[in-house]
Design a protein around this ligand. Structure first.
Ligand code: FES
Length: 156
């Protein structure tokens, strides 16, 4: 891990001004910010760990705990809520066997709920690995999950 993190730092010319892009690349590489990676960045730049953790917790895009290879986010904002998002949410919880905020033990899936993502007219919205899926139904959800390799037991 240390080598990979050092290579990322070098990519930015070891310039501490690029701290956020460096953290973004580390997050992309490991799907989260491992403690060991934070230590390498801290010692490379002489930045206190407390400052790095402050940055990592400030930006929602960073995670200090392992995240799944596939990120599944259901919008539960008002417009999506009234368009049956809770039913999709129940289905996702049952199928993935995860509660919002959880990651599967095989690190395949992270499931979370989010508030309005700005596409209310197309609600309910499901985001999978950054891609928006509008007017989501249980059938559409199952199709997406199957594409990701998830066995779906509960069809409509
Ligand atoms: S409430 Fe879901 S996109 Fe706005």
């Amino acid at each position: 891990m240390e080598e990979k993190v050092k290579a990322i730092i070098q990519k930015y010319g070891s310039d501490r001004g690029f701290l956020v892009p460096i953290l973004q690349d580390v997050q992309k590489e490991f799907n989260y910010l491992p403690r060991e990676a934070i230590n390498v960045i801290s010692s490379s730049f002489g930045i206190p760990l407390s400052r790095l953790f402050a940055v990592a917790t400030f930006y929602k895009a960073f995670s200090l705990t392992p995240r799944g290879r596939h990120q599944i986010s259901l919008c539960v904002g008002t417009a999506c809520h009234v368009r049956q998002a809770p039913i999709i949410g129940d289905h996702l919880e049952r199928t993935l066997k995860l509660k919002p905020g959880d990651t599967s033990s095989d690190l395949e899936y992270t499931y979370e709920t989010v508030n309005c993502v700005g596409a209310c007219a197309l609600g309910p919205i499901l985001m999978v690995n950054g891609e928006y899926h509008g007017q989501i139904t249980i059938a559409k959800t199952n199709k997406i999950l199957k594409k990701l390799g998830k066995k779906v037991e509960f069809d409509e």
